[in-house]
Design a protein around this ligand. Structure first.
Ligand SMILES: Nc1ncnc2c1ncn2[C@@H]1O[C@H](COP(=O)(O)OP(=O)(O)OP(=O)(O)O)[C@@H](O)[C@H]1O
Length: 644
């Protein structure tokens, strides 16, 4: 497990000469006056007349003031992600912050100070070139989420793309164009093409404000050039570089019409992102369901948020006093994000044969290491396998929770369906009067407040759309949502119940209508029309039930697979242990033999020593005998010469 890296960056203050600055912003200076942010190394505090304001001090991995360059930020926060992505880890870097705080500047940069995306592109190709033993296949895609619809930025006039999920691919955007690329220049050209298709618009806060969230994605596949020793595994990692649209206070941006609609979508999806981060930052056991499915953004970034990826977040902030509340909201978001842990691992695709080959290699390695008397290595490997198993168990628990939730949802839907079928049967068989029938509908199907049957009311039910991958939780008539309420929720960073938000139009609409008009209106509707509608509801509920069953089955399959993998790992672990024990006893035998040999050798040395001693004694004796004999021979020779 590894925590998400979080940094905060302040952009330079704007002068009143800037085209997107409302000069009146600087005159009042907000409610308190004389407030400013102070940066001390990695800590930011709010001061009021040079005195720290309680509860407004935050610490992060890095804090950058307005002198920091994109290159420095890249080096400290993103470079390691890129290196890891080339090695097979998923990575995500994104910029978060209020409108006009410098997100696009951070991600894209300028000619003089290139941003994180262009720097990452070059770094990927340089890093890949350094890995001389591997060959790479790199693909690029670029998409935006505009008004909760996904557009392909590399294909002009593309259709709105749906999100799908499968066991093999996980969550993916279907039909998204992916270009195979060979060098950084090619990618930069694609990036430029995508930028031209992206939605920008002018607001009071920013002359070129991003009106969509963009996700620039690189898929990096690599395999070893030497297939014989590599175990045939292919590494596939996904790198997301995300420029979020900024949260905005409509009162400040002055948005209306299209801009207003965009702003509401932006705020709502950022609020859901905040909710996901809040939930993930809670203690594991109390965490419960994570609402990834509530927006397309969180669904696409699911693995980056508490999943299998390394993630860095750069929170951008405006230094001006007029933006203090928004900056405080951003810092609260950043603080929570800091508590989120991810579990990144190398993504490898292995065939069965390759798996077998790899296991054989591992066992062989193990044996060699053990014979080299490195039993601690074996312990480490066993520990690693235990960790892997633990990870699988965690994943299995998570899936079990999701499964349980799906089951509950299915039960609710089944219940609703049964109720509606009962009502239909009652109507057909018993023949209720129009009033009785309408009453029963109101009693049984409208357990939530009366706005459900208001023709123009906002009737999306969270339990339904959250289960449907294709369903956008943002309703058409979002314009009626109280934006200030939404903004306040967003910037206070608290978890907001979507059901509560859905009811917001209910609070706003009534004054123009007589109170009981909404309640009476459905009674006037002809009974067969009502029946038809009910049948339609029935069909759609049935459809949802089917979908729910299907995703339940997928989850169950996934869970069973994990259980299987888990038991395989356990088997593997016990096999490794046995193998280890066997090798240890072999080693002990060998040591004993070695000891016996050593003893024998000592004995031999002793024998040699004794032998050489007696040998030199004997040699001395022989030498003196030889000398004596030689003297006798000399004497004899001399006496022979003396004879006549
Ligand atoms: N660190 C910086 N140095 C210099 N200029 C900056 C910096 N950050 C932002 N700016 C300038 O501030 C303005 C707003 O920045 P930018 O468009 O990046 O904001 P944003 O957060 O992406 O806004 P939005 O959410 O509305 O798209 C731009 O003119 C940009 O050039």
């Amino acid at each position: 497990m590894e925590k998400i890296s979080v940094a905060v960056r302040f952009r330079p203050p704007k002068s009143s000469a800037d085209p997107d600055v409302d000069s009146s912003s600087f005159s009042g200076g907000g409610a308190g006056g004389n407030r400013e942010w102070r940066i001390d190394d990695t800590r930011i505090s709010l001061l009021h007349r040079a005195v720290p304001v309680p509860g407004t001090s935050f610490a992060f991995d890095h804090v950058f003031d307005d002198t920091a360059t994109n290159g420095r930020i890249y080096g400290l926060l993103v470079r390691s992600l890129i290196r890891a992505a080339v090695d097979g880890f998923n990575g995500t870097a994104f910029a978060y912050g209020q409108t006009s705080s410098g997100k696009t500047f951070t991600m894209n940069g300028s000619t003089a100070d290139p941003g994180i995306i262009p720097l990452a592109i070059r770094d990927i190709f340089d890093t890949a070139a350094e890995a001389a033993d591997r060959e790479f296949l790199i693909r690029v895609s670029y998409m935006e989420i505009y008004n909760e619809e996904i557009n392909d930025l590399l294909t002009l006039g593309s259709e709105k793309l749906p999100i799908h999920e499968s066991l093999e691919r996980g969550v993916y955007v279907s039909g998204l164009r992916e270009e195979i690329v060979n060098n950084a220049e090619q990618v930069l050209e694609l990036l430029q093409r995508g930028e031209e298709n992206r939605h920008f618009g002018e607001t009071n806060m920013n002359v070129r404000s991003s009106r969509s969230h963009t996700i620039f994605r690189m898929v990096i596949e690599s395999s070893a050039k030497d297939q014989v020793n590599s175990g045939d595994a292919i590494r596939v990692s996904i790198l997301n570089l995300v420029d979020l649209a900024g949260s905005e206070r409509i009162a400040k941006t002055g948005a209306d019409g299209v801009r207003l609609k965009e702003g509401k979508h932006i705020n709502k999806s950022l609020m859901i992102l905040g909710n996901v981060i809040n939930k993930l930052s809670e203690n594991g056991k109390q965490r419960g369901h994570i609402p990834y499915r509530d927006s397309k953004l969180t669904r696409i970034l699911q693995s980056a948020l508490g999943g299998n990826a390394k993630t860095s977040i750069i929170c951008t902030a405006a230094p001006e006093e007029i933006h203090i509340e928004e900056t405080r909201g951003t810092l609260q978001f950043a603080s929570r994000a800091k508590c989120v842990s991810n579990c990144a691992q190398v993504n490898e695709i292995l065939t069965d044969a390759a798996l077998l080959k790899r296991q054989k290699l591992e066992i062989e390695e193990l044996r060699q290491k053990l014979q080299g008397s490195h039993s601690e290595v074996l312990e480490q490997l066993i520990l690693k396998q235990r960790n892997d198993m633990h990870k699988f168990e965690l994943e299995r628990d998570r899936l079990a929770m999701e499964l349980e939730e799906e089951r509950r949802l299915r039960e609710t839907l089944e219940h609703q369906l049964t109720e509606q079928q009962k009502m239909l049967e009652n109507h057909d068989n018993i023949g209720l009067s129009a009033e009785q029938f309408t009453d029963s509908i109101q009693l049984d199907s409208l357990k939530t407040p009366d706005s459900k049957r208001t023709p123009d009311g906002f009737v999306a039910s969270r339990s339904r759309y959250s289960n449907d991958v294709e369903f956008s939780p943002i309703p058409e008539n979002l314009g009626a949502v109280a934006d200030e309420d939404l903004w306040m929720q967003l910037n206070k960073g608290c978890i907001t119940d979507l059901d509560m938000l859905e009811m917001t139009p209910g609070f706003k609409c009534p004054p123009s209508l007589p109170k009981d008009t909404t309640a009476v209106a459905p009674l006037k509707e002809p009974i067969d029309v009502r029946c038809q509608r009910l049948e339609k509801d029935c069909i759609s509920d049935r459809q949802q039930l089917e979908d729910s069953k299907a995703s339940c089955a997928v989850l169950e399959k996934e869970r069973n697979q994990l259980i299987e993998e888990n038991s395989l790992l356990r088997q593997e672990l016990s096999r490794s242990k046995q193998e280890g024990n066997h090798l240890v006893s072999e080693k002990e035998e060998l040591l004993k033999e070695l000891e016996t040999e050593r003893y024998k050798m000592e004995q031999l040395k002793q024998d040699i020593r004794i032998f050489s001693q007696s040998f030199s004694q004997r040699q001395g004796q022989l030498t003196s005998l030889y000398t004596k004999s030689k003297a006798i021979v000399e004497n004899c020779k001399a006496s022979q010469v003396a004879l006549p």
